[in-house]
Design a protein around this ligand. Structure first.
Ligand code: GSH
Length: 204
């Protein structure tokens, strides 16, 4: 069975947990004690030398990085609809995986890190970046049901968690109705599992 090293309030972990559940793949969740620094100790560094969660161990195949993990999971356990192979869709998926690791990470995810974990980041800057990326996403999702294609792909799973939890960073989602409709389309998928909400920020 897949061993899944995670932290319950991490959006990077949640995108992996969501993918595992949407695919119906069995796994053993192993909570890593980030507050206690477990991720920087030798046992975990042997799993991911970068010392961050999430990571998986699938029968001896050890892999870190949330986007790499969801790509692996659909290739190994999913059907081709999660990662279509044609040049345009594959490139669009990569484009949105990058948005997830850059604009979304530095925008809504960073704003939430400040509120939920007291991270020493610039909250005002994160709010500005969140507004910029959500404005682009809202316009895009007004024309297309999902980020990279007309049907759901790993790009949507990668972007979902930190956008859905943006209100915890004081980022309002009601200004972005197409983004809200997209979140609801993901939440309606069979097997969807939410990330636990924290009591900080705006009412979602
Ligand atoms: N590129 C990595 C980023 C993962 C990441 O930033 N993990 C955070 C939790 S959300 C972490 O482990 N932080 C602990 C630390 O940086 O010390 C991924 O996509 O998996």
């Amino acid at each position: 069975m897949i061993k899944f090293y995670r932290f319950p309030l991490s959006g990077h972990s949640h995108r992996v947990e969501l993918m595992l559940n949407l695919l119906g793949v069995a796994y053993e969740g192993i909570d890593v004690d980030l507050a206690g620094g477990e991720h920087k100790k030798e046992a975990f560094l042997n799993i991911n030398p970068f010392g961050v969660i999430p990571a998986i161990d699938d029968n001896g195949f050890v892999l870190a990085d949330s986007n790499a993990i969801i790509l692996y999971l659909v290739k190994k356990y999913g059907d081709a609809s999660w990662l279509p192979n044609d040049a345009e869709t594959a490139a669009n998926i990569q484009r949105w995986l990058t948005v997830s690791s850059s604009e979304i990470a530095r925008g809504p995810a960073a704003a939430r890190l400040v509120n939920v974990f007291g991270a020493g980041l610039d909250h005002a800057d994160a709010l500005k970046r969140a507004e910029a990326v959500l404005t682009v996403m809202d316009a895009h999702l007004g024309k297309q049901a999902f980020l990279a294609a007309d049907s759901i792909t790993i790009a949507d799973i990668s972007a979902y968690s930190y956008v859905a939890h943006a209100p915890e960073g004081d980022v309002p989602l009601n200004l972005y109705p197409n983004v809200q409709a997209w979140l609801a389309r993901i939440e309606a998928q069979d097997g969807f599992v939410p990330m636990p909400k924290t009591a900080v920020g705006l009412a979602a």
